[in-house]
Design a protein around this ligand. Structure first.
Ligand code: GLC
Length: 582
């Protein structure tokens, strides 16, 4: 693995960390088909057939200046564009192929036009570059569906490496100061050494020492790029030092490139909260649009970018140049960012009692105010915490921001979840961590002013809580959830302390038969959801034994029977009679 060289790109790294929001643009010849950027493979379109698209590429409505203005109004601080996606088609004047925009009828170097326009708006540009190439004869492996018709005989991967390097050299030298990042993708088909990524990247760094390189050539470089998911606590290296990371997300439900059939777009409120969430964890958001082949950006993208820009106009100070939250947990639905001695408290849901608890904040609080109007809000100490007394109404439906001024950099004692006075461990989703792999779907939603984890469409998504109990003891597990009529039948799994031991709770009610408590340490309960008539209700689902000290409980739906698995408000662990833990 290559070492992070660092030398020469510190300033880029520092700027990037402060930038927080980037615009991702997936634009390529696939857009002519309007079915996403993978269409050549999804529809198994033969090479010669796909090549017929070439003369049809006429981006007559494309105005780079208008795209850049839209990006500037959205408050994005950088842009990353696909110079070549998996279909191998280049949006720039590649010196070594005719499979490129400059060889199509209009002959336009679209990357050049974009760089000029975005840099005129002071938005640095980075280049996405696909390692996987479904066009170049020397790129291996062939996709399995193509193997019978596209022979791999005579293909020489080293020739392909030379081809990539020549293109990358061109991209690094023809558009200066762009690119600030080489954003690889599609390296997963190859072993890292097969395509000599280490050597290629060393050459890129020699050519442009201030460049950032992402992690998708499977070498360790500057930038870690989780895709369609937000790491629940940010990302750190082996020494616990924060990594430079950027979550890339679509506004759509699936494809990155233009999809004429898309109907599900993330709401502006969701996207704004997502930005805040990512920034509170120390990362950046790279938010994607997939324009049409003629250069039109769909209204759905425009509206969302404008909404983000409007929000950022009011709250820029609470996003750009901030650092991650010092709190490991917050008891309300919101997030915190920091600049020096100031906390920015982003409140997503205004609490009914209008009290906001900042747990374990040791500092003196000098004062607090609503960030947009400057109206002061009350604060008072409550034990180890501070309470902020909110005004009647939330100033913003997506996220209202308070500025809380401290007597120094924030000093926070990590909050540990413990049983309440009655010995009950209360685990509402607000203090849980939502997580999932690529394509994570679970998210926070509200109903009657209460928060739940909803949108359970991905069987690997989960909610996880870490808590402590002072002594070992037996507990009944209650879930507070709702299942719509006719939507039952999904499996619920509870995983305690990472290990899977079987405990059956058929139909989500009865306790397990035999072997319910294998080790006392690890327990897995599996049951099935049943309709609750669409109302939230509590149901006892299992029994488990907690060891003394720290425990981690995870809930997931490993098989989702219906479109909507369930909505989960939280879990309660009640001590069994006679074994109350105090
Ligand atoms: C995936 C997809 C690709 C998209 C990329 C964005 O790797 O293959 O289509 O460009 O994600 O991160």
């Amino acid at each position: 693995m290559a070492e992070v060289t660092g030398a020469g790109n510190e300033a880029t790294r520092a700027w990037f960390h402060e930038a927080k929001l980037g615009l991702f643009i997936h634009w390529g010849i696939y857009a002519l088909l309007g079915k996403g950027e993978w269409i050549r493979t999804v529809d198994q379109i033969p090479l010669e057939e796909y090549a017929k698209l070439h003369p049809q590429w006429r981006p007559t409505s494309f105005e780079a200046g208008a795209w850049a203005e839209l990006a500037a109004a959205a408050g994005v601080q950088y842009m990353v564009v696909t110079t070549k996606h998996h279909d191998g088609w280049c949006l720039f004047d590649a010196p070594n192929t005719t499979w490129k925009s400059t060889a199509s009828p209009d002959g336009r170097d679209l990357i050049g036009e974009l760089v000029t326009a975005f840099e005129a708006q002071q938005i640095p540009v980075g280049f996405y570059y696909s390692i996987m190439d479904w066009h170049h004869p020397d790129y291996l492996p062939r996709l399995s569906w193509e193997e019978p018709t596209r022979s791999a005989a005579g293909a020489d991967p080293q020739r392909y490496v030379a081809y990539m390097r020549e293109q990358l050299r061109h991209l690094l030298t023809a558009y200066r100061p762009a690119p600030f990042v080489i954003w690889y993708d599609g390296g997963w088909m190859n072993k890292p050494e097969e395509l000599s990524g280490v050597e290629t990247n060393a050459e890129l760094r020699r050519l442009k020492p201030d460049i950032l390189i992402n992690d998708r050539h499977f070498t360790k470089e500057d930038l870690v790029t989780p895709e369609q998911r937000i790491p629940p606590t940010g990302l750190f290296d082996e020494q616990g030092e924060p990594l430079l990371w950027e979550a890339c997300l679509t506004m759509t439900s699936h494809w990155w490139g233009y999809d004429a059939h898309e109907t599900v777009y993330k709401t502006p409120q969701f996207l704004i909260r997502t930005l805040v969430d990512i920034v509170s964890k120390g990362g950046n958001l790279l938010l994607n649009i997939g324009p049409q082949a003629d250069g039109t950006i769909q209204e759905e993208f425009v509206e969302r970018l404008q909404a983000i820009g409007d929000w950022l106009n009011r709250y820029a100070e609470a996003i750009y140049g901030t650092t991650a939250s010092p709190f490991n947990q917050l008891p309300f639905y919101g997030r915190v960012t920091v600049k020096g001695e100031r906390l920015y408290v982003h409140v997503f849901e205004w609490p009914g009692d209008r009290l906001l608890r900042l747990p374990g904040l040791a500092n003196q609080v000098h004062g607090a105010q609503l960030l947009d109007s400057g109206a002061p809000v009350g604060v008072r100490r409550d034990g180890d915490d501070w309470l902020v007394v909110l005004p009647e109404a939330a100033p913003d439906t997506a996220a209202s921001v308070l500025a809380v001024d401290l007597d120094g950099p924030p000093q926070v004692t990590p909050w540990v979840l413990r049983p309440n006075r009655r010995g009950v461990v209360e685990l509402p989703v607000v203090v849980g961590q939502l997580d999932g792999p690529h394509g994570m779907k679970v998210r926070y939603e509200t109903c009657d002013g209460e928060l739940h984890a909803g949108n359970w469409l991905n069987p690997k998504d989960s909610v996880e809580w870490t808590f402590e109990v002072p002594a070992a003891g037996e507990y009944e597990v209650w879930i507070n959830h709702r299942v719509e009529p006719g939507q039952g039948g999904s499996t619920i799994a509870l995983i305690l302390n990472g290990q899977e031991t079987l405990l059956l709770a058929p139909n989500g009610l009865a306790f397990g038969t035999g072997g319910t408590q294998a080790s006392g340490e690890a327990l897995r309960a599996a049951g099935q959801t049943r309709s609750t008539g669409g109302r939230f209700c509590r149901r006892r689902v299992a029994r488990l034994t907690l060891p003394a000290g720290r425990n981690v409980l995870k809930v997931l739906l490993p098989t989702i029977r219906r479109q909507r698995g369930w909505d989960l408000r939280g879990v309660l662990l009640r001590p069994r009679r006679g074994e109350a833990v105090t």
